[in-house]
Ligand binder design. Sequence first.
Ligand code: PEP
Ligand code: MG
Length: 328
Amino acid sequence: RQALYAAMRDVEPVSADGQRVRVMINAGLRDDMPMLNLTGADGIGLFRTEFQFLVSATLPARERQTRLYRDVLDAAGDRPVVFRTVDIGGDKVLPYLRHNDGETEENPAMGWRALRVALERDGLLKVQARALLEAAGGRTLNVMFPMVTEPWEFDAARAVFESQLAFLKQQKKLLPDAIRYGAMLEVPALAEYLDVLAPRLSFLSIGTNDLTQFLFAADRANPKLAERYDWLSPAILRFLRRVVLAVAPFGTDVTVCGEMGGRRLEALALLGIGITRLSITPAAVGPIKELVRKVELPAIQAAMAGWLANPPADLRAEIAAWATAHGI
Ligand code: PEP
Ligand code: MG
């Protein structure tokens, strides 16, 4: 099978009915970059910038951040890279970044993390914004914010970038040709604001790892709960379909960047609710491209609409049977 997936490298993920699906990878380090060529992925749909912070003993200086982002963009060439601003705090504790009160949290996953930290310690976000804007001079910068819960947080984070941009302009530095700002949908509350937020977004990226843990109130890191819910449950898929429909009038690109998209039946289900952009673990790119090429999107969309209107007792079993019946 390894050989098969190497052979998939130069094959485009076009569905059986001719629609081009985007299959991108999740990355976070310089060492991940060769994966782009090895897999033939369409780009990096999620670059987890906090990895550099996690492997450093001290807060990475701006120049070091700029160098990393520039190297990543150089390695990606024409393929897009979506940088996610730091998602630290919570369980990703950094010795050099502590709570004001130095206390540990009882529920770190829904605690002081991600954009909540970045907006409070805005020095952190300013430095990262400047590093990203400088690294993307003369190219397109795609940046997204993690754990956005209400639209004002997106606006505040974007404003930090805009003020750094104004500063760089004043300094006559080479600016990005274009800046695309996106939000991650990981907190269910944000789904209730999409009509308000979508007009301000260049793209939306759904982080199903966090989103499902919050939808099901089930800690993603607790192995005792791993069997308690299924990514192929009507609750998740109905929720995601509502998100797709809510932003459709605005023409907003929607990507799923959680691990869910790298699994065969889950990817099939996502195609069935109208998701055509996936960002997944590199090892899954070959298998998912192979899957995409076998699927008639209108057929799985029709099947999915039926299942979600009248949820069967075991949706996973229905989807698996459908896949087998369609030679997938
Ligand atoms: C997610 O939550 O689905 C996601 C992609 O972000 P992370 O896994 O880094 O939290
Ligand atoms: Mg997340």
